[in-house]
Design a protein around this ligand. Sequence first.
Ligand SMILES: Nc1nc2c(ncn2[C@@H]2O[C@H](COP(=O)(O)OP(=O)(O)OP(=O)(O)O)[C@@H](O)[C@H]2O)c(=O)[nH]1
Ligand SMILES: [Mg+2]
Length: 202
Amino acid sequence: MKKLPLHSAKFFGSFTGENPFPSFKDAHGGLLPELALIGRSNVGKSSFLNSFFGKKLARVSATPGKTQMCNFYLVENSFCLVDLPGYGWADVPKELLKNWDELMERYFQQRSHQQLLFFFDVRREPNELDFHFAKWAAFYKKEPIVIVTKVDKVKAAEKEKCKKLILFSLFKKELPCVYFSCKTGEGLPMLRSMMERIICPT
Ligand SMILES: Nc1nc2c(ncn2[C@@H]2O[C@H](COP(=O)(O)OP(=O)(O)OP(=O)(O)O)[C@@H](O)[C@H]2O)c(=O)[nH]1
Ligand SMILES: [Mg+2]
């Protein structure tokens, strides 16, 4: 199978959806595949992005709410990846939460070709906003790949428990699920080969 040129990834730009989101085409005029990272704020989406590309492209912070726009990264002639703003960070004014909802509506309505990667911190339990997202995903008929993050912080039994919660309580269905840690690299080879199969299916 073709290897993705991940090291050639570049930051393309930040978008709010007020103007159309960018669309990237292949040599035959077809849309390039798109991977979208979604999940609660501080769950480790931007950290995953940096591990996945093997270089520091996105800003990571211990303070939730770091990524506030839809940040597009382009791997030329292969695919694009979108780091979506995390939801549910503390101290967020109501107005900002409303903006998040509107931004996501715009993103989901304008894009139909993306694969969602749903991130979940292994030490948490699904909250109201996670359920809100799961409903959206079902409405738009999206089947996310679940990435359970920060697994370096827990024992094996807790990973299993978290996986069951997400699949059977949150999404209520079997979905692909990978344990990931940007500290140890656990899950990275598997995720890279999964993405290769999605992006270059032949
Ligand atoms: N131990 C551990 N810490 C992690 C891991 N992934 C992320 N973190 C830490 O979690 C914090 C948040 O990480 P980010 O990658 O910025 O999270 P995010 O989901 O992009 O957050 P927002 O941009 O606010 O949506 C940082 O302090 C990271 O160092 C992991 O696999 N293991
Ligand atoms: Mg981020």
